[in-house]
Design a protein around this ligand. Structure first.
Ligand SMILES: NC(=O)c1ccc[n+]([C@@H]2O[C@H](COP(=O)([O-])OP(=O)(O)OC[C@H]3O[C@@H](n4cnc5c(N)ncnc54)[C@H](OP(=O)(O)O)[C@@H]3O)[C@@H](O)[C@H]2O)c1
Length: 376
């Protein structure tokens, strides 16, 4: 069945210093896998690109202290002195998904079934559940989801109703405890998590200020997502901008990045303000360490809360139906930025990590998406 097909697989070539570059990966042509019993063979169409995969990749030097990694701070952490089942090692195929493999949300790609040995998947079906940067993948039917292109675009499971959007929903709805009239500040506001937080908070009547890099992304955050203002972290001093935009201070900081941006925000949080720790994108490539100003936290009675979306799987159906409905009604925007071709995946990841993009959820398109024609 796989005769004449070639499977390009992107593998990690070496431990990586900082921001990944093209030489940190190699593309090998390998046999197309044969689906085993209970599996379906899927032609990858879209791959999700997310910054949180970087801490799972090998570091050439010291592993940064990100997300409770017990090997943080070790020199040559890539030597796997501390085993971590999620870690992607040199020589292994690059992974798109970060969710533990026993979850039905473990996928990071969507594609089309070309052969099946699972009763729920037929040739021609679209499926979410692939995990790797490659052309073809034999996926377990039990942990995959069959997609209905008539309901939503097939790539929605990586974007609009994907894990990052769900993270924004969980963080805002379950953690922020936001009240109308409060001021919320959202970093990486043009990214997949930030896009949701900005729009949900605005719809609830909060004063919403985003942080993003570049005038174009800031314009996207204000004009399309509806934020009241957006601070260009590369073009202006964040503290001075906050003094201008939020003279009475900030009630909630929804922090997607950590790093140096965080410090001036502590000074501008109101007494009893909240810092919601969602991500540390500023640290994933090394550097960007944060130091908590304990005196300010104590004096202002600040509350700091981290959360991990994996703890909220039971909320997924509520999130999915709410966001799908708002999108169909044209009440929510979700920008996608599609990079063409498997070979563009390393660049897409670097742009996502650094913010060198025009904003939105970054996807890599590996093969034509026939579902678009079938929808229309
Ligand atoms: N807690 C959870 O369960 C969970 C789940 C999923 C994701 N996350 C985290 O949520 C965050 C957002 O995810 P996403 O997928 O929406 O990412 P994203 O916004 O698409 O990408 C990360 C963004 O961080 C910003 N950034 C990068 N380096 C920075 C620096 N040095 N200083 C300040 N900002 C910097 C850039 O945006 P600008 O250039 O526009 O500022 C970059 O585009 C990530 O940290 C991710 O790991 C958490």
């Amino acid at each position: 069945m796989a005769a004449g097909l070639q499977n390009r697989v992107v593998r990690i070539a070496r431990p990586i210093d900082g921001l990944p570059g093209p030489d940190d990966f190699e593309i090998r042509v390998e046999p197309v896998p044969e689906p085993g019993e209970g599996q379906a063979l899927v032609r990858t169409i879209y791959i999700s690109i997310a910054p949180g995969v970087r801490p799972l990749m090998p570091y050439a030097g010291e592993r940064p202290d990100v997300a409770q990694d017990s090997s943080a701070g070790r020199v040559d952490a890539s030597a796997d002195a501390v085993p971590n089942p999620s870690r992607i090692r040199v020589g292994e195929a690059m992974r798109a998904g970060m969710v533990p493999s026993d979850s039905k949300f473990a996928g990071g790609t969507v594609g089309r079934v070309i052969a099946s040995r699972h009763p729920d998947f037929r040739v021609g079906d679209y499926a979410f559940g692939g995990r790797y940067w490659q052309d073809y993948e034999a996926i377990d039917g039990a942990s995959a989801i069959r997609l209905d292109p008539a309901e939503l675009p097939i790539e929605a499971d990586l974007g609009l109703i994907g894990r990052s959007a769900f993270t924004g929903w969980v963080g805002y709805r379950r953690i922020c405890n936001a009240r109308p009239g409060e001021t919320i500040l959202v970093s990486a506001a043009a990214g997949s998590v930030g896009m949701l937080v900005v729009q949900l908070a605005k719809a609830d009547g909060l004063h919403v200020v985003g942080i993003a890099s570049g005038a174009d992304k800031c314009a996207f955050v204000t004009r399309e997502l509806g934020a009241d203002a957006c601070i260009d972290r590369m073009g202006e001093d964040v503290g001075a901008a906050l003094d201008r935009l939020c003279p009475a201070g900030v009630d909630i900081y929804f922090d997607n990045v950590g790093g140096a941006v965080q410090r001036p925000i502590f000074d501008r949080l109101k007494p009893f303000g909240r810092l919601i720790v969602c991500g540390m994108a500023a640290s994933y490539c090394g550097g960007g360490d944060t130091q908590l100003p304990t005196g300010i936290i104590l004096g202002k009675r600040l509350r700091i809360e981290g959360f991990v979306v994996l703890d909220y799987d039971d909320d997924y159906p509520a999130f999915r139906s709410e966001i799908a409905r708002l999108w169909r009604e044209g009440r929510i925007h979700y920008r996608q930025l599609v990079y063409e071709g498997l070979e563009s995946a390393p660049r897409a990841l670097a742009d996502c990590l650094s913010g060198r993009s025009s904003g939105g959820k970054i996807l890599v398109q590996v093969a034509p998406d026939d579902s678009r024609a079938e929808r229309s």
